[in-house]
Design a protein around this ligand. Structure first.
Ligand code: NIG
Ligand code: FE
Length: 415
């Protein structure tokens, strides 16, 4: 049992309390505690408020007194990544910048299939190690929860290798890893049947093992001309839904259509949405499905950004994630990408911060994190500053000086 520990004073604590899940938000709606303190016991926040008053009124066994100006925000939540993979796709990046499109590269044997080939060559232990390494790198930038997808195995056996590697990585990585099965990433080139035959084989062979070994509670599919159609995915998603999996969709990346499938199947989130039109925006805004923008994929591919402003103005819930993967989003810096999306899409600080905290938690169906409140996980990032606006203003170049995960100081830049 960890002692009741008071941390502070923070010049500002941005709690994200009381903000709406959906729609546009103004910076004036941010709940800011000035000269605040956070009391933690074990992994959770037991009290949050003014530092001096907490010192006087609460039973405290240890006090960590901060010197200088510090701003505290909830640990960032990256709700969409593919950080478990083998090899590199630097070649794709060079080809793309020399004028070839994502789909042209894929059709020429590059793209996702290249990473499948390289990931199949890696051992489970190698994948575990590389996933931990990337997850811990993200932690230093303030990310305390990371969703990680499979999807580079594309057989029951190879998907299991990936999913077990991610589960194993979660035992040692500093952030929490939330696993998603993306066996429906593309029709593997070495599968001799149709899309529906492949999906049936995966659903029958893999879904029961996901449950039995508690490997993943989330099923994702790439709905796209180059991957699976709305028709192909129907039986697969029906089975996933009936078995109690949460559904999430790679939707409207190059062509619209996936977001409607997401909403029809009550998906927790629809991610990408770069090609969403007003029709898809309206469908998403009138649903409980969280819209997830992936600016890292737009930057990596040189494509349009997700229409984040329009989604928010229509009333959708907007999360922002990095999509960190070796192909379309190799940078993997959530804070930089979220800041840049904000400048291009004219998002308020409150909207960007919501997108990488409590709205991202909702995209993962997690209610125990994303805000700094009593009873929630003590996951937070601390920046050397006297004003929270500095965080996005620096476009990712202002790094946290400390990161706390589950009530533990897991990163201290001064040490
Ligand atoms: O989210 N769009 C499909 N899947 C990934 C790309 C993965 C890859 O290129 O390796 C994405 O961008
Ligand atoms: Fe993705």
């Amino acid at each position: 049992m960890k002692k009741a520990t008071l941390i502070g004073p923070f010049k500002q604590i941005i709690t994200m309390t009381g903000m709406p899940l959906k729609g546009a938000v103004k910076d004036s709606e941010l709940h800011i505690i000035s000269d605040g303190g956070i009391l933690i016991t074990d992994s959770t926040i037991t009290k949050i408020g003014g530092f001096e008053s907490l010192k006087k009124t609460e039973k405290i066994e240890e006090t960590i007194t901060l010197k200088g100006n510090h701003v505290c925000v909830p640990g960032f939540i990256d709700a969409h990544t593919h950080i478990c993979f083998g090899g590199s796709r630097a070649k794709d990046y060079a080809m793309r910048n020399a004028g070839k499109s994502y789909l042209e590269i894929a059709h020429a044997g590059g793209g996702i299939w290249d990473t499948v080939t390289q990931t199949r060559k890696a051992t489970q232990v190698e994948l575990t190690k590389s996933t931990i390494k990337l997850a811990n790198r993200h932690l230093k930038n303030g990310t305390t929860t990371i969703e990680v997808k499979s999807g580079y195995g594309l057989t029951v056996k190879e998907e299991l290798k990936m999913l077990r590697a991610i589960k194993e990585a979660n035992n040692s990585a500093l952030p929490d890893l939330i696993t998603t099965c993306l066996a429906a990433h593309m029709l593997p080139k070495d599968f001799s049947g149709t899309e529906t035959e492949y999906l049936a084989e995966i659903a029958d062979g893999l879904f029961p093992i996901l449950k039995a070994e508690k490997l993943a509670n989330r099923i994702d599919a790439f709905i796209e001309e180059s991957a699976f159609s709305s028709q192909d995915i129907k039986a697969y998603f029906e089975k996933a839904y009936d078995m109690g999996f949460d559904i999430t969709v790679h939707a409207d990346q190059f062509t619209p259509g996936g977001s409607k499938v997401a909403v029809d199947f009550k998906a927790i989130s629809a991610d990408h949405l770069e090609a969403s039109t007003d029709n898809e925006i309206e469908i998403l805004a009138n649903s409980d499905t969280i819209a997830v923008a992936l600016p890292g994929a737009s930057i990596g591919l040189g494509c349009d950004f997700t229409p984040a402003r329009k989604l928010l103005d229509a009333g959708a819930a907007l999360a922002i994630a990095s999509d960190h993967n070796p192909g379309s989003a190799p940078m993997g810096d959530l804070l930089t990408q979220a800041s840049i999306l904000g400048t291009f899409e004219k998002l308020t600080n409150a909207e960007v911060l919501s997108g990488i905290t409590f709205r991202a938690a909702a995209a993962l169906n997690l209610s125990d994190r994303g805000r700094l409140e009593e009873g929630l996980l003590a996951d937070f990032a601390v920046f050397h500053s006297d004003n929270y606006q500095d965080i996005l203003y620096n476009q990712g170049n202002l790094k946290p000086c400390m990161v706390w995960k589950n009530g533990n100081l897991v990163f201290d830049r001064h040490k």
